[in-house]
Design a protein around this ligand. Structure first.
Ligand SMILES: Cc1ncc(COP(=O)(O)O)c(C=O)c1O
Length: 361
């Protein structure tokens, strides 16, 4: 099953595997992007900023970092702007390798890039499984396992389960990490979708063994533009600055940071949409016999309450013009589950109707 694409949002790779034309038009539930699309002012903003492409961006991205620092309540020295959350992951691994970390624990099932980044920098990986079905973290086992590792990678809310390790438990892991010399790398790529404000930023004041990774591409639906950032102690962020290739973020993306962060209406609309749609979609899918993991994010992990094959459902949906995310390359899931993004009500309804046709006796 290794030739399944390793990320969502690639219909042209999945459809031919299912015997369907690569160019067939589908509604994409396989990538976890905000269905509101980029803020309405963005296209015009970019058109007006095209002249900036003729000039090198500030290699330190001072303005963008100051905007993020204000937004997060941190000093600019604690912020590094990155080319999406993906670059932040690789920079975190580069820092760990530079500090001599030889072994990292990755809380699974989760986003595959932590493993790739560790391997890229010669860091050995040990997988730490969440408790099956409910996908909670066993604290005692985690503390025990941390003894053998210089770093722990954890995603919150977690892709693909949508589960959120609570802040108090993270704090206890950080305290344990301080005793044992373990750094926690917490990827909060989806945290801005969480209805309650759950960000871990305040913990940076007390724990210098915490690195936080963020993505702006999901929330603002700009995966083609790429934007993310990394937060940590001034010392860690200073070292990361030395490891980052120069000008890795383009001028338009960097210039967008401040206006995006100050668009409060967009965030309010996003949260109102998710607040309404996630419970609705979950309820409808459960009523059709699917088990859905309770999610804090903008996607749902599900499987059949009986034993029906999720690959069969994925194929059925693709034939109905709906692409969902397979789980063949999520460690511990191996295709037995599917992940679906929460989209607009009409799109979610189309998904539910297609699942109903598959579920009908
Ligand atoms: C958990 C997680 N972190 C980071 C990323 C990468 O984000 P970006 O597109 O901003 O590089 C993804 C993308 O799917 C993700 O799921």
């Amino acid at each position: 099953m290794s030739d399944w694409p390793s990320h969502g949002g690639r219909p042209e790779q999945v459809l031919p595997r299912l015997g369907l034309a690569a160019e067939r038009s589908v509604t994409d539930f396989s990538a976890n992007l905000n269905p509101l699309g980029p803020p309405s002012w963005l296209a015009q903003w970019i058109a007006a900023g095209v002249a900036e492409l003729a000039v090198y961006p500030d290699p330190d991205y001072r303005e963008a970092r100051e905007a993020i620092a204000r937004h997060e309540g941190l000093a600019p020295e604690q912020v590094r702007l990155t080319n999406g959350g993906a670059e932040a992951i690789f920079l975190a691994a580069a820092l760990l390798a530079r500090r001599g970390v030889g072994r990292a624990l990755i809380v699974q099932p989760t986003f595959g890039e932590y493993q790739r980044a560790c391997h890229h920098y010669g860091i050995e990986v040990a997988n730490f499984a969440l408790v099956e079905e409910c996908f909670v973290l066993d604290e005692a086992r985690a503390c025990e396992a941390m003894r053998e590792a210089g770093a722990l990678f954890l995603c919150r809310p977690n892709n693909p389960t949508g589960t959120l390790v609570e802040r108090e438990l993270i704090e206890r892991l950080l305290a344990e990490g301080q005793r044992q010399g373990t750094t926690l790398v917490v990827d909060e790529a989806f945290v801005d979708f969480v209805i309650r404000d759950e960000r871990l930023t305040p913990l940076l004041a007390r724990y210098d063994n915490l690195l936080l990774l963020r993505s702006m591409t999901k929330l603002y639906a700009i995966p083609g533009l790429r934007l993310g950032y990394l937060l940590g102690s001034a010392e860690a962020v200073g070292s990361i600055a030395q490891l980052q290739p120069p000008w890795s973020v383009n001028a338009l993306a960097a210039g967008l940071v401040a206006p995006l962060l100050s668009d409060h209406d967009y965030l309010t609309q996003t949260r109102a949409w998710l607040d309404a749609e996630r419970p609705w979609l979950q309820g409808e899918l459960e009523a059709l016999g699917l088990s859905v993991v309770p999610s804090h994010a903008n996607f749902l992990l599900l499987r059949h309450g009986g034993a029906r094959s999720m690959t069969a459902l994925l194929e059925h949906l693709a034939r109905c013009g709906i692409l969902v995310r397979h789980t063949h390359n999520f460690i511990g899931l191996e295709g037995a589950w599917l992940r679906v993004a929460v989209r607009s009500r009409p799109e979610n309804r189309t998904l539910v109707e297609a699942v109903a046709r598959w579920s009908a006796p």
